[in-house]
Design a protein around this ligand. Structure first.
Ligand code: CUA
Length: 339
């Protein structure tokens, strides 16, 4: 699978060729103008060399034609780079719907990953080939950066917020995962691998690795343990907080008159800093859970809230369904996280 150009990493995702094409385009432009300018330079040095001592060159006034030429041509070239780059960028950083979701928590100095079906991994991510994978990522300490050269994609993993990235692997195999943001002493050792498998092999791997309940199930237990249900029960019981069932993905009005889209970031903020954006019709009575729940647990709560659907609504994602994990009675405690 080694690339035909040495030093260029394997190419194994749906957008790696797009990044490569843009990269070669930039290299081509650079090479073309470097050669052109060098050639013109050498030509001018010879053609306009001083032939006699005390020679005075002919004075040159400006040339509008020439100025226009060397302004308009580079402008057009720069715009092609901009337009093309923007296209590739938006393609990479706008997550598609119906991707398989994987939660990622970076910490000094390891990657902790969890599949929506509950399987946990450290410094390894098993994925099926030919399927869209969406990573929902955060950090427990400092900024890290999830970088998979063979997929030509990377994204910062930032404490206090979620970043997402997605990719679709095109070739099976094992690929490097690096941390691409200096994060302390063992930054260079914060590596791992992405293992791309045939879908059937992946299903076997997944079913052979059930040792955790799904994040949604763990979140449901946590939701009870923390007493969330006394104020906002899943179906509006309690009445002191907004109903959560079916809320995910919708836009909700705030007491300030603004509105907010209920996404992962908003739920996280509401758990850790409940006063920040209060839903219309409710008071600022919710206590913060900052320091009481780990990043893993916040992700579990979010997975649970995502899995709640309003009566009569069809589930948007089946992967996060709480019914999929093993029953809570047989699974280990959700609070036993790998630290
Ligand atoms: Cu984590 Cu560098």
């Amino acid at each position: 699978m080694q690339s035909w150009i040495p030093l260029v990493p394997d190419s194994a995702s749906t957008f790696s060729w797009k990044v490569d094409a843009l990269y070669f385009y930039l290299s081509g432009i650079t090479l073309f103008f470097s050669l052109l300018i060098s050639a013109v330079l050498i030509f001018f040095v010879i053609r306009y060399r001083r032939r006699t001592p005390y020679e005075i060159p002919r004075p040159i006034a400006g040339s509008h034609k020439l100025e226009m030429l060397w302004t308009v041509i580079p402008f057009l070239i720069a715009m092609t780079i901009f337009g093309w780059g923007a296209r590739v960028y938006f393609d990479q950083y706008k997550s598609p719907p119906n991707a398989i979701e994987v939660y990622v928590v970076g910490k000094q100095w390891m990657w902790k990953l969890q599949h929506a079906t509950g399987q946990r991994e450290i410094n390894q991510l098993h994925i099926p080939v030919g399927r869209k994978i969406k990573l929902i990522m955060t950090s427990e300490d400092v900024i890290h950066d999830f970088f998979v050269p063979a997929f030509r994609t990377k994204a910062d993993v930032v404490p206090g917020r979620y970043t997402t990235m997605w990719f679709e692997a095109t070739t099976t195999g094992t690929y490097h995962l690096f941390c691409a943001e200096y994060c302390g002493m063992n930054h260079s050792g914060m590596t791992g691998s992405i293992i791309v498998m045939e879908p059937r092999e992946f299903d076997n791997w997944l079913s052979g690795n059930i040792n955790n309940m799904s994040p949604a199930t763990a979140g449901q237990q946590l939701y009870q343990t923390l007493g969330c249900a006394s104020c906002h029960g899943a179906n509006g019981e309690g009445g002191r907080g907004p109903t959560l069932a079916g809320a995910f993905g919708k836009t909700t009005p705030l007491i300030t008159g603004d509105s907010v889209r209920v996404d992962e970031g908003y739920i996280r903020e509401s758990i850790l800093n409940p006063q920040a954006k209060i839903v219309q019709g409710f008071g600022p009575i919710m206590p913060t859970f900052q320091g009481q729940v780990s990043e893993d647990q916040v992700l579990q709560l979010i997975a649970y809230i995502k899995s709640l659907h309003a009566a009569g609504e069809t589930p948007a994602t089946t992967a996060a369904s709480p019914a999929q994990g093993p029953s809570p009675a047989t699974a280990p405690s959700p609070t036993r996280n790998i630290k």
